[in-house]
Design a protein around this ligand. Structure first.
Ligand code: NAP
Ligand code: COA
Length: 286
């Protein structure tokens, strides 16, 4: 597989929490080789956590892990796996356990998405997104739970989205997949709470300099569409994941925290508004 684009670590990071906040912890981050997942890995590592980053493109993961280790001085194990394949996931978690003997934090961040109207969408296209986002979250969570969390406790953070909060054109596949992830967050929190496992969702809005934002036409939106007047940064999402994964979030479970500057309440979500915004760009799909 080719290496698309390698993310860069932050040139400067302002610590909001104690730098040793996650000392002694290991985090397993799906999709940690790029975008928001890469920044989550970096910020957790900057707080003395070791990490495993797992996804399909091993060449990119390896390059990412080298950068992360160099910038933070912590260990980062790159592992190839497809979250849709439970055998892959099981092998990847075995490798992580061989190396670190523990996985205290699981971040389910891997996802797939594209812009597509419901009309004309193939069953396989729809299923593919549910498989990656929802079944992938199920596969990784149940595997890490059985192998470590069940007997030791820990935290699962599910990266979600707000697409289903009001309904969003061209996003039915991802909206339903993430809504199911939010439900899974509650189900896992209830079933595994007695084992001292907390399960928390974090739902970003549009985040600058990400694949997600680029492929979903994020550059078509304007700052005035968002109450806080700007899109978010990967660092802001990573800081929230750090907070919920740490002892600072010790009473939070079963909830999905929206981090979008209020965007889901005011961003255009209808066919005509989106068509106008995207002008010629996506008209072929509308
Ligand atoms: P991204 O860089 O494309 O991240 C997605 C990651 O998932 C990639 O590293 C990819 O790596 C991995 N992945 C995809 N399919 C996989 C599979 N089948 N098995 C294992 N790994 C897989 O996109 P992003 O924008 O940072 O998105 C990260 C998360 O934030 C997603 O959950 C997304 O839904 C959520 N989110 C993003 C935004 C935004 O504005 N960007 C807004 C709301 C929510 P490989 O290609 O190596 O597999
Ligand atoms: N519009 C409509 N359907 C689409 C599509 C689009 N833009 N892109 C893919 N599909 C369909 C395919 O045609 C196929 O359906 P078919 O068999 O009926 O033709 C189905 O989706 C699966 O596509 P495929 O390319 O085989 O899937 P994949 O498993 O190789 O890749 C994707 C998964 C499509 C989600 C790919 O874009 C991906 O790997 N994305 C990861 C990165 C990402 O999406 N980042 C943003 C996260 S928010």
């Amino acid at each position: 597989m080719s290496i698309p684009k390698i993310d860069a670590c932050l040139k400067a990071y302002k610590y909001l929490f104690r730098p040793d906040l996650l000392r002694g912890n290991v985090a397993f981050i799906t999709g940690g080789g790029s975008g928001i997942g890469f920044r989550i890995a970096e910020i957790l590592m900057r707080h003395e956590c070791d990490t495993v980053i797992a996804s399909r493109n091993f060449a990119r993961l390896k390059a990412a892990s080298e950068q992360l280790e160099c910038a933070t001085g912590r260990k980062c194990l790159p592992v190839e796996m497809d979250v849709r394949n439970s055998e892959d996931v099981s092998n990847a978690v075995d490798l992580a356990m061989d190396q670190f003997k523990q996985i205290n934090i699981l971040v389910n961040n891997a996802a797939g998405n594209f812009l597509a109207p419901l009309s004309g969408m193939s069953s396989n296209a729809y299923r593919t997104i549910l498989d990656i986002d929802t079944v992938g979250t199920f596969n990784t969570s149940t595997t890490v739970y059985e192998q470590f969390l069940k007997d030791n406790g820990g935290v699962i953070v599910n990266i979600s989205a707000t697409l289903a909060h009001r309904g969003q054109v061209l996003q039915a596949h991802s909206g339903t997949a993430k809504a199911a992830v939010d439900a899974l967050t509650k189900h896992m929190a209830v079933e595994w709470g007695p084992d001292r496992v907390r399960v928390v969702g974090v739902a970003p809005g549009p985040i600058a300099e990400t694949e997600g934002n680029t492929r979903l036409g994020g550059d078509c939106y304007r700052d005035h569409h968002i109450p806080l007047g700007r899109v978010g940064t990967k660092e802001e999402i990573a800081n929230i994941v750090l907070f919920v994964a740490s002892e600072a979030g010790s009473l939070i479970s079963g909830e999905t925290i929206v981090a979008d500057g209020g965007a889901w309440m005011t961003m255009p979500n209808g066919m005509k508004e989106i068509a106008d915004l995207m002008k010629g760009k996506a008209r072929s799909m509308l």
